[in-house]
Ligand binder design. Structure first.
Ligand code: SF4
Length: 378
């Protein structure tokens, strides 16, 4: 018989978790040729590649009911996904082809761009793969992006981006903003506009997984950064800034809609050998006394849909639901923020049930405060 506690968590899961994943993250290889100062991946020096049979098992484990709405996003993320090699990557794509042909999935790679060649561009075109590039802005803001010999990778990344442009491939960018970077919003965004990217995500540096010594800026530093970003965005409608856009969208809803609770995606992240972690890709490879390795199962033995069928039995998912509940009861930013990201609670406080983090301050509270300040000033 179901206990009261089980019923309670099932109810919370219905409110705050999507019934099926919108995004699935797949690690084609653990290896990354880069060694960025803030990287969260603990095993990026090892080269373990996914097998075709594991890719096949992922596809076989997806349930039909996942594909009744908009396409599920399949993100190939690493390590450096391109380190697996063009031929091997193409082999991994094959099981996904029927889903792509039927418009049931869209695919994306997130890459440091230093390995992009004509052959990769050709593959991205043939398989309609969107490309997201991780680059932090102009050369001096990329000091953390180095290879294993400590050499800067900026020139090689820009060369890779030029290749994409030669082939007429659009790309988005994801940038890490360090504490110094918070004073350089305009310079950073000008760089991305000149680079020709149409969408940019700005991640203010957080303490995560292997990046346990990450220094997150103070909320007032982040607020100044976002204020500059809002002013820049008003002058540059050709570039979408993720966080500016999401806040603008939120404000465009009518008042009733703004109070509706959003649902968190479980974001199943699948390791090279089929292990699945939930809620945060940064949990892959992390060990913890209470949650062990955060792995809820392996797609090689159990269909992915079965692993996601009742996640309220997973202790860290329960903790996260408690954290969301506590946020909703206590935080004035809840309607916009909806509890931010699970991983940051764990990496900052050791528990998913924690509420406020320095990440939620700089990534959710600070943009809202910056916009409120600008609106007050007229
Ligand atoms: S801003 Fe922080 S404390 Fe507030 S709802 Fe979001 S995560 Fe929770």
């Amino acid at each position: 018989m179901e206990t009261g506690e089980t019923t309670r968590y099932r109810q919370l899961a219905k409110t705050w978790l999507t019934p099926s994943p919108n995004t699935v993250i797949i690690q084609p290889t653990t290896f990354c040729p880069m060694d960025c100062g803030y990287c969260y991946l603990p095993n990026r020096h090892r080269k373990k590649d996914m097998s075709a049979s594991t890719a096949e098992a992922i596809v076989q484990g997806m349930a039909d009911y996942w594909f009744t709405g908009k396409p599920v996003e399949v993100v190939w993320h690493g390590g450096e996904p391109l380190a697996v090699g063009v031929d091997k990557f193409e082999e991994l794509l094959q099981p996904f082809e029927p889903l792509r042909a039927a418009g049931k999935i869209v695919q994306r790679v997130q890459t440091g761009a230093i390995l992009i060649t004509d052959a990769w561009c050709d593959l991205f075109k043939r398989y309609e793969i969107d490309v997201g590039v991780s680059i932090d802005g102009p050369e001096h803001t990329n000091r953390n992006r180095v290879d294993r010999g400590g050499r800067p990778t900026f020139d090689r990344a820009v060369k890779g981006i030029e290749k994409l442009k030669e082939h007429g491939l659009p790309f988005t960018t994801l940038a890490v903003v360090t504490i110094e970077g918070t004073t350089r919003a305009v310079e950073t965004l000008d760089f991305f506009a000149e680079l020709g990217c149409h969408w940019v995500g700005l991640n203010i540096e957080a303490k995560e997984a292997a990046n346990v010594n990450g220094i997150t800026p103070e909320i007032d530093q982040a607020q100044r950064f976002w204020r500059d970003a809002f002013e820049w965005a008003a002058e540059h409608p050709e570039v979408t800034i993720r966080d500016v856009d999401s806040l603008a969208k939120f404000l465009s809803y009518d008042a009733d809609l703004r109070t509706v609770d959003g649902r968190h995606d479980l974001i199943p992240t699948i390791s090279w050998d089929g292990k699945v972690v939930l809620l945060s890709p940064e949990l892959l490879g992390v060990h913890d006394a209470r949650h062990n390795d955060f792995v809820v199962g392996n797609v090689v033995d159990t269909p992915l849909s079965a692993l996601l069928a009742d996640v309220t039995t997973v202790p860290y998912v329960r903790e996260f639901l408690d954290g969301l509940n506590a946020c909703k009861q206590s935080c004035q930013f809840w309607n916009y923020c909806q509890g931010a990201h699970a991983g940051d609670r764990y990496f900052e406080h050791g528990s998913f049930a924690a509420t406020e983090t320095s990440h939620c301050q700089v990534a959710f509270q600070a943009p809202a405060l910056a916009l409120a300040e600008l609106l007050r000033e007229g």
